[in-house]
Design a protein around this ligand. Structure first.
Ligand code: TRP
Length: 490
């Protein structure tokens, strides 16, 4: 199933409670296509149910109007089962958007035709979030008294919702908590998976606040061809890699949905509350679910939403329902939390705030993110120094020129160079990074030399991770995953 609808700003523009809006003005071809498809279904249902003629006529009128809009926007006739082509999308967005008009970002897919990667400024507009600008970075520094993490300094965490509110409250001594998660779809985690956890650990240390980490083994069972046992086993294995990022056991609760849903009446009560306040129409609009998706998928978003509310964890927050939640995550998870923020006030809870990261590019280029199912696209946390070296040398897409001569003359392009991109994630020293960028762009630094810097940066990071992971015993995992009070007084 494609969750394409999630890229649209439909849910923001039309408000989830008002899905009847029929203005086509701001809709993308894909928005219109999905609206048309669902309107077609509505007409068919009304007809089979022998609804009142006036109702059927009204629904048909809307369908016809949408078809006219669709033709206007795409230059193509609407055909059931044939989403608009990429050229239609580019045309619609005008020349400025042509290069990135086909960015696709949802919880299951990330792709773009641009070697520089997804256009994140556009995504901010599309998702209706706010840019993390220099002012916010400065404010985080002044409120926390810490130098901003390199992910903030370099725009890797680039978008947010309500972060100023979180800081306002924190300045008035109102605490908050962190929530993040991982879908355990295999044992193999790659470096890209660590990004949200490295940053979350920094936030936890900087603000000294509780952290809950959801392992959605249920989600992976519903979406993938895996057994329940395997998903649960992956959850526990992945927890070891997460723990190896250095989280403090007295401040962190990690849970598997398969375990915690049944063990916590308060968590399940929140799931049900959320489920009651979101319609099928809404999740269809947000996630692109269709009639043949299993009902587990349709109900799942409520389970990812529930940890955003503090009373899902009475052992930590003593039953309080008003502790503000902050969610660091990759931008593709935003659809879940747009839904959560829409429901929150209707069930009497604060809206969670968010910090969004860019994607970690695949070795082959920023057109897509690193994927654990493609071994050549990824550097795994289990790779040996030698494997790291070979993968970077062999597969990392280069922005360098074909010959040394040309490279010296014209310089390389760091904007599309994957080794350089990885260095922006992992090389701590700002000056050194800037020097590499300049030297590469001028041609003074060759591709082989750039790759060598990356290899030498990554190898010790991965080796250190492996050593920390070795220290994580079954007993440690059990401690982190046992519901218990944390070292905070709420
Ligand atoms: N759905 C996410 C995944 O597949 C896992 C997840 C659950 C998550 N809750 C989260 C990620 C909160 C970020 C924040 O990886």
């Amino acid at each position: 199933m494609s969750g394409l609808a999630a890229v649209s700003n439909k849910s923001e523009q039309l408000k989830m409670t008002d899905c009847q809006g029929d203005g086509a003005g701001d809709m993308t071809p894909m928005d219109l296509y999905e609206k048309l498809t669902s309107q077609g279904e509505t007409v068919r249902t009304l007809k089979t149910e022998k609804a009142a003629k006036a109702d059927i006529d009204a629904a048909v009128q809307l369908l016809l109007k949408l078809k006219v809009d669709y033709k206007q926007v795409t230059g193509q006739d609407y055909k059931t089962g044939c989403p608009p082509s990429e050229s239609a999308i580019s045309q619609d967005n005008g020349p400025a958007a042509a290069a990135d008009g086909d960015d696709m970002v949802d919880p299951w897919n990330v792709s773009t035709s641009s070697a520089k990667g997804v256009d994140y400024d556009k995504l901010i507009v599309r998702f209706g979030s706010s840019k993390i600008d220099q002012e916010l970075v400065d404010r985080i520094e002044s409120v926390s008294g810490q130098k901003a993490h390199r992910f903030l300094r370099r725009g890797i965490f680039f978008s947010h919702r309500d972060m100023h509110q979180v800081l306002d409250a924190y300045e008035k001594n109102k605490s908050f908590y962190l929530y993040t998660g991982r879908g355990p779809s295999s044992e193999a985690m790659h470096v890209g998976h660590l990004i949200p956890f490295i940053f979350t650990k920094w936030l936890q240390d900087t603000f000294d606040i509780p952290l809950v980490i959801q392992l959605t083994d249920d989600e992976k069972y519903l979406w993938k061809d895996l057994s329940l046992e395997d998903c649960h086993r992956y959850a526990v294995e992945n927890a070891k890699d997460i723990i190896a990022c250095g989280f403090n056991v007295n401040k962190t609760f990690i849970f598997s949905d398969l375990d915690y849903m049944g063990a916590s009446p308060d968590f399940y009560r929140n799931v049900v509350k959320i489920q009651k306040h979101v319609t099928f129409n809404q999740v269809k609009g947000i996630f692109g679910f269709g009639d043949s998706d299993c009902i587990g998928k349709i109900a799942f978003p409520a389970i990812q939403a529930a940890p955003s509310f503090s009373n899902s964890f009475p052992q930590i927050f003593k039953g309080r329902k008003d502790v503000q939640c902050l969610i660091p995550c990759a931008i593709d998870q935003d659809p879940y939390f747009r839904m959560t923020r829409d429901v929150a006030p209707r069930i009497g809870y604060p809206k969670p705030a968010l910090l969004h990261s860019t994607f970690f590019p695949a070795l082959q280029g920023a057109q897509t993110k690193m994927s654990a199912s493609d071994a050549n696209s990824s550097i795994f946390l289990t790779d040996t120094p030698k494997q790291i070296k070979n993968k970077v040398n062999k597969h990392a897409f280069s922005g360098g020129k074909d010959t040394v001569e040309e490279h010296r003359k014209y310089g390389g392009n760091p904007d599309v160079d994957v080794s350089f991109m990885y260095l922006t994630f992992f090389l701590e020293d700002d000056e050194q990074l800037e020097k590499i960028r300049q030297d590469y762009a001028s041609g003074a630094l060759l591709t082989g030399e750039l790759k060598k810097s990356l290899i030498e940066t990554l190898q010790p990071i991965i080796t250190a991770h492996q050593e920390r992971r070795k220290q994580v015993t079954e007993e440690t995992v059990k401690q982190f995953m046992t519901p218990r009070p944390l070292d905070f007084n709420f």
